[in-house]
Write a protein that binds this ligand. Structure first.
Ligand SMILES: [Zn+2]
Length: 632
């Protein structure tokens, strides 16, 4: 039997929408990297829910006693993001796009869109909650023969983006706060990592078909809810690369299986509880050569230890590739206690800690061969909190897999991020009026449903004359909408535009150039100028490269700086006319054969500035005109 049959996965996709304004104000939905214009400082207090329970997750964050710094720009952040002014009405465009996606996913729209407040405790929303509105429910999509349910589609405001995180201060930038985001959640119907990847890809393509989504890193984020039989639902946050999904799922399934085996082994050893008794073992290390320990002691810290009775040898159990049970304990110590890490007896002697040190520590806490000992060198209070977190996590191993939110590592393994948030977390947002989703609106959406990507590929082959490969590439590309616009509205050559996106852009990306930093206006400007003959095709890559590394500059700045100097067509024509006028003798003698030597002269002046083909055409035209009008 394949173990993957026991895996259950649900995907939650978050996709930013490309609306001109934010969800509750009209600030533009633009992110920049330049220095922020202002910053404000806030502190977060734990909030009591209406049921009177202190939200568990909120408590967890406030325990960390952090201050929050919020940065912003005057033109992309207003009083709404700062929570100094009530939210404006819900952005209608965002509602329409969401309803369109819902329709494509066979969902039932709600009768009325109500905005709710969802408690958010990491400080990423200055209000302490995120506004969210359910748009539709109960849909499906097909993965081959299998029906995957789509449980809900919500429209949400994106959170502020994290800039830095120190033990004292968390810094966020508010420009991202309020950008409309659709959140689509599938049912837990997915059975393997590969299937999860396919479903995520399909959801992504349906979102793309609307042509109204943001592109670039962070514009789409996937959360995965993963469990195995006998395990527990674990939420893995923020997977941005599709290619990582299958690995993340497989590694999490492995971790849960190994935790269940660990539980069984602890049961077999008769372990039923972990005593939360912290012992000071600083004496042992008074002459220690361990750098970490010496550093902690020199700054007034202590070495404290806890005994894990019956855990001997289990701390080195590998749960995921390269991550052991001891690593899990360490994650908890780091997150709750803010310590740099832990030492445990399964990995010692090492790090300058000797066999004698280990023996002495064991003796001090009363450990036998079958027991494990964890110790921390840190400030007394931090060490206590860290070891209590270790005891708590070690106790949870007796039950199996604790429910928690995890973040992924670049290799597809995951680490502990925070506990699962408590339940009662939604309250009505009374500042925003609801929107009735009437028949008129739905009719309008039905009539304007976007063409699905398969259909569009066929059309590009037939109508635009693109090759099958290029058509498939451009349809799936984040630049599909831009492509269509440039071809339709600006009359540019489809194959030239498609090739620019699929070949030139990709080549520059491979060079490490941030192509996402270019906006549609800049891209259009470059390509239209090529079309008009003002810029040579050969110079496109060079200009795009320059624009991407010189934010906020214009195409004119680029050509000037690269001394490509755009040539306006009047000046070009005048230059051609002048050259032809000077050489009429040769032209009269050789006719159109005179083009070649004259082209040589022209290229000397205009190489890299004007496309060779354009020059050739202009020259030919001018020679013909002169020959026709010249006296014989
Ligand atoms: Zn605003």
């Amino acid at each position: 039997m394949r173990l993957t049959h026991h895996i259950k996965v649900g995907i939650e996709i978050h996709q930013q929408l490309d609306t001109s304004g934010k969800l509750f104000c009209s600030c533009p939905t633009v992110l920049r990297e330049e220095e922020p214009h202002f910053s404000v400082l806030r502190r977060l207090k734990p909030t009591y829910s209406e049921l009177g329970d202190l939200d568990r997750a909120a408590l967890f964050e406030s325990e960390k006693k952090k201050a929050f710094c919020y940065q912003g720009y005057n033109d992309t952040v207003c009083l709404v993001e700062l929570d100094e002014e009530p939210p404006h009405d819900l952005n209608r465009d965002a509602v329409s796009i969401s309803l369109t996606v819902a329709k494509l996913l066979n969902m039932t729209p709600v009768d009325e869109v109500h905005v709710m407040r969802k408690i958010v405790i990491d400080g990423s929303n200055i209000t302490g909650f995120q506004r969210t509105a359910k748009i539709a429910f109960d849909g499906w999509l097909m993965d081959g023969e299998e029906k995957i349910t789509v449980q809900s589609l919500c429209l949400e405001e994106d959170a502020a983006r994290k800039i830095s995180d120190t033990p004292e201060m968390m810094t966020y930038r508010l420009d991202r706060l309020g950008i409309p985001l659709v959140e689509i959640a599938t049912g837990p119907d997915i059975h393997s990592g590969e299937q999860a990847e396919r479903v995520a890809l399909q959801l992504g393509r349906i979102l793309k078909a609307t042509g109204k989504i943001k592109r670039g890193l962070g514009a789409i984020r996937q959360d995965l809810n993963i469990s195995i039989e006998g395990g527990t639902r674990i939420e893995v946050k923020g997977v941005q690369e599709l290619g990582l999904i299958s690995t993340v799922v497989e590694h999490e399934a492995t971790r849960q299986r190994n935790l269940l085996l660990l539980r069984d082994e602890l049961k077999k050893r008769g372990v039923t509880a972990v005593k939360p008794k912290v012992v000071d073992v600083t004496d042992v290390f008074s002459t220690s050569n361990s750098k970490v320990i010496r550093k902690a002691l020199e700054s007034g810290g202590r070495v404290q230890a806890v005994l894990l009775t019956g855990y001997g040898g289990l701390l080195k159990t590998e749960l995921q590739p390269g991550r052991r049970f001891g690593t899990e304990l360490s994650d908890h110590a780091k997150v709750f206690g803010g310590v740099g890490g832990i030492f445990h007896t399964d990995e010692l002697p090492a790090y300058g800690i000797t066999e004698e040190d280990v023996k002495a520590v064991r003796k001090k806490v009363g450990a036998s061969e079958n027991d494990g000992v964890v110790f921390v060198a840190a400030d007394v209070e931090a060490g206590l909190v860290a070891l209590n977190a270790v005891v708590k996590r070690a106790s949870e191993a007796l039950k199996g897999v604790p429910g928690e939110v995890r973040a992924f590592n670049p290799d597809g393994t995951t680490h502990f991020m925070r506990p699962m948030p408590g339940s009662a977390r939604m309250y009505p947002e009374t500042d925003v009026p609801s929107i009735v989703v009437g028949g008129d609106l739905l009719d309008k959406i039905r009539r304007a449903l976007p063409e699905l990507l398969e259909k569009r590929t066929e059309r590009y082959i037939k109508e635009c004359g693109l090759s099958k490969d290029l058509a498939a590439l451009i349809v799936d590309s984040p630049y599909a909408v831009t492509f269509e616009r440039l071809v339709k509205s600006d009359g540019l050559s489809p194959s030239f535009v498609a090739a620019t996106f699929e070949y030139t852009f990709k080549m520059l990306k491979r060079e490490g150039i941030d192509m996402e930093s270019l906006d549609d206006r800049q891209i259009r400007d470059v390509l239209v100028r090529v079309h008009k003959g003002e810029i040579a095709k050969e110079a496109v890559a060079e200009i795009l490269r320059w624009l991407a590394s010189n934010r906020g500059k214009s195409v004119e700045d680029a050509t000037r700086s690269l001394s490509l100097g755009t040539v306006d067509s009047a000046a070009l024509k005048a230059a051609v006319a002048e050259l032809v006028g000077k050489n009429m003798e040769i032209i009269k003698r050789d006719g159109e054969r005179a083009i070649s030597p004259l082209m040589g002269d022209l290229m000397k002046t205009f190489r890299g500035k004007v496309d060779g083909k354009v020059l050739h055409e202009l020259l030919k035209e001018e020679i013909r005109r002169r020959l026709e009008t010249a006296p014989r």
